[in-house]
Design a protein around this ligand. Structure first.
Ligand code: PAF
Length: 283
């Protein structure tokens, strides 16, 4: 029977737990999450386990990365099943701070990120998002002090923002990116997929099909603008409201005009009903 992880909800308990895990020079990997854990998160945990002696997972639905009109209150919270999954995976520590433990009365500081954070992708539609992510992730890193932190490539721009921030601020943590985990029909796993109605769920894999076809056609030498035009039309026809379908430099996220400016990444965000989905593939 797997042993239940240490659970910390306050900073003093977290410090004691981390000190305990670090005996005999064990190194530590952190997987930051907002809970509602699915196979995608568990793949991050497994990657963390391969990188480090001990694995910590944080569960915190971070209010500073949600705009007032976004789904903070509705965001799925599934503590019991999250804990059961993490126990099954042999996770050593779960850091699940209360909101006041993370943002005590009087908290006013925010990390301001630029470069990949202002690439004109997610930031165009969620202007406050990366500052909220960067602030909480910087705090998580200083609280847990991990050698490694694992983030999914599904949130590709987030991965680039956090990687840049960790390097720029000398946070002493190596950021590891993990491949997108997909349902059998190609839909990228996401905690927000539970919002999809059966019809929307049936339509949702169109995004991945468009990405795959577009990546193949770009590699075959087709003109970037016309490939993206065809992709946008297919997404709209399927019933999505498209936020963006773009091909960018895979590291800097700068716009590109030709395949010779690679490595390239193709990224999409679109809304179906009330749910916003994002996805991306390597070209
Ligand atoms: O990707 C997420 O789940 C969140 O943005 C993160 C990195 C845990 C920060 O709240």
């Amino acid at each position: 029977m797997p042993r239940s992880p240490l659970i910390a909800r306050s900073l003093p308990v977290l410090k004691r737990s981390v000190d305990r895990l670090r005996t005999r020079k064990a190194n530590l990997a952190l997987v930051p999450t907002m809970g509602a854990l699915h196979e995608g998160h568990l793949s991050l945990v497994r990657l963390a386990r391969r990188r480090a002696d001990k694995v910590a997972v944080s569960i915190f639905v971070n209010p500073t990365q949600f705009a007032p009109h976004e789904d903070l209150d509705a965001y799925p919270r599934t503590w019991k099943s999250d804990l059961a999954k993490l126990t099954e995976e042999g996770v050593d520590l779960v850091w699940a701070p209360t909101a006041p433990a993370m943002y005590p009365e009087g908290f006013v500081t925010r990390v301001q990120v630029e470069g990949p954070a202002t690439a004109g992708l997610e930031d165009r539609f969620r202007p406050h998002f990366f500052s909220g992510v960067a602030t909480v992730v910087a705090k998580l890193f200083t609280q847990v002090r991990p050698e490694f932190a694992v983030f999914g490539e599904k949130d590709y721009q987030q991965l680039k923002v956090v990687t840049r921030m960790a390097s720029d601020l000398d946070l002493g943590v190596r950021i590891v990116g993990a491949p997108v985990v997909r349902e059998r029909d190609g839909l990228a796993m996401s905690s927000r997929n539970v919002y999809l109605s059966p019809d929307e769920r049936a339509t949702a894999p169109v995004l991945y099909r468009v990405l795959k076809d577009a990546a193949r056609n770009i590699k075959a030498g087709d003109d970037l603008a016309s490939v993206l035009g065809v992709g946008c039309a297919r997404i709209a026809q399927a019933g999505f409201a498209l936020d963006y379908l773009e091909v960018r430099h895979a590291d800097t996220l700068a716009p590109v005009r030709s395949i010779t400016e690679g490595p390239l990444r193709l990224l999409v965000a679109a809304r179906i009903g009330g749910t916003r989905l994002i996805d991306n593939v390597r070209v």
